[in-house]
Design a protein around this ligand. Structure first.
Ligand code: PMP
Length: 378
């Protein structure tokens, strides 16, 4: 045969999640930690590497790691599911609670993978968009779930890419209004310090998602975890890939989790840098900055795609362009990086905006002079 049969028609309108293939000196685009693992941890791993069993399959449910996570959260290992990044767990949830004939409730603009995974699994998505200030439309959401036909609700808290938290009272109202599985995605928990963990005992339909990718410098090893009722975890084990979290990632994540206090200072430093970013951007003419409880900041600026391009091509600074996302016209998101990288980002934005003002001034000048009959073109 000289051709391949088409895949499921549902894939036709799906756009792959944008792979990170753009190179830049300063990368502030994926909410990663700016620093690699602390050297003490790398040294500890290095001295034991020759005894690491690369030849053996990993523990299917990452038992050592899930026991550590469970203990730290006052739970049993059966309440924890470790995944190949939070992304895999979101997909597993969609396989188990979504699927053909099933419905999830999404509150865009939010993390794009919820809708992408829903489409891939033929899960219907009921959208209740956020309000212009990016708060959730709480009454509408609670009313809609009370109709009883929603199977899963996902709330990113803080939300990515807008950076804001929802009120805890909203989440409690939501949990009281429905038996749908409510996933509170706390991927940025270590920065926001807000968690729904205390509500798990009262609400078996509450599940919490966390990740090692942000505060713990492990985005490259792909480790995330879910906290939930043991029945929820058991259902997810029916659809997950048995060896999805590789043995090396389990081992490193275990060490990182045991040493997690070591990461606290860097988290505090990142939060201080975030406040500097918010302050500096808000002082720039024509820039609207949104508050953030996470390790990134979203801002709105006229001709955002042009600014994004200028930052990349003229300053080698890569941030994320959300300007084509519904509800996020002219919005860009910058990840909080090292102080040096953030300084380069802020200088570059100032530079581009100043050049823009200068060229507008020249253009306006040209217009008036042209009106006077001079042949000046800009
Ligand atoms: N949830 C949210 C809200 C995120 O922003 C991300 C990462 N961008 C994830 C989940 C997934 O993170 P990971 O797969 O790296 O654990």
């Amino acid at each position: 045969m000289d051709r391949v049969r088409d895949p499921r028609p549902q894939l036709e309108s799906l756009i792959p999640y944008s792979a990170k293939d753009v190179r830049a000196d300063v990368v502030l685009a994926s909410n990663e930690h700016p620093a690699n693992l602390p050297s003490e941890i790398v040294d500890w791993l290095a001295t034991r590497l020759d005894r690491f069993a690369f030849n053996r399959y990993p523990a299917p449910l990452a038992d050592d790691l899930r026991a550590l996570i469970a203990e730290a959260n006052g739970l049993e290992p059966g309440n924890v599911l470790v995944g190949n990044g939070g992304d895999e767990i979101i997909f597993d949830l969609m396989l188990a609670w979504g699927g053909p004939g099933r419905r999830i409730l999404d509150m865009p603009p939010t993390f794009a993978m919820y809708a992408i995974d829903a489409q891939a699994t033929e899960t219907e998505v009921v959208c209740i968009p956020r309000l212009p200030d990016f708060s959730v439309d709480a009454d509408k959401v609670v009313e809609r779930v009370a109709e009883g036909d929603i199977d899963m609700v996902i709330v990113a808290n803080p939300n990515n890419p807008t950076g804001n938290l929802v009120p805890e009272t909203f989440l409690i109202d939501l949990l009281n209004a429905t038996d749908a599985l409510v996933l509170v995605d706390e991927a940025y928990f270590e920065f926001s310090r807000h968690t729904m963990r205390p509500h798990m005992e009262r609400h078996p339909n509450l599940a919490i998602l966390r990740t090692f990718s942000k505060a713990f410098s492990l985005a490259g090893l792909r480790v995330g975890y879910l906290l939930g009722h043991e029945d929820v975890v058991r259902e997810l084990t029916k659809v997950r890939q048995p060896y999805s979290v590789n043995a090396f990632s389990q081992w490193v994540a275990g060490k990182v989790f045991r040493e997690r206090v070591v990461f606290q200072q860097a988290i505090r430093d990142l939060m201080r840098t975030r406040d500097t970013v918010i302050h500096n951007l808000s002082e720039m003419d024509g820039v609207e900055v949104f508050p953030s409880e996470a390790n990134f900041v979203m801002f709105r600026v006229e001709h955002a795609p042009a600014l994004w391009r200028d930052l990349l091509h003229n300053h080698s600074v890569l941030i994320r362009d959300f300007s084509r996302t519904p509800g996020l016209a002219d919005c860009l998101r910058v990840t909080i990086g090292s102080e040096d990288d953030i300084q380069r980002f802020l200088d570059a934005v100032r530079d581009v905006l100043a050049a823009r003002r200068a060229s507008q001034f020249m253009t306006n000048g040209a217009v008036s002079r042209t009106a006077e009959g001079e042949e000046v073109a800009y």
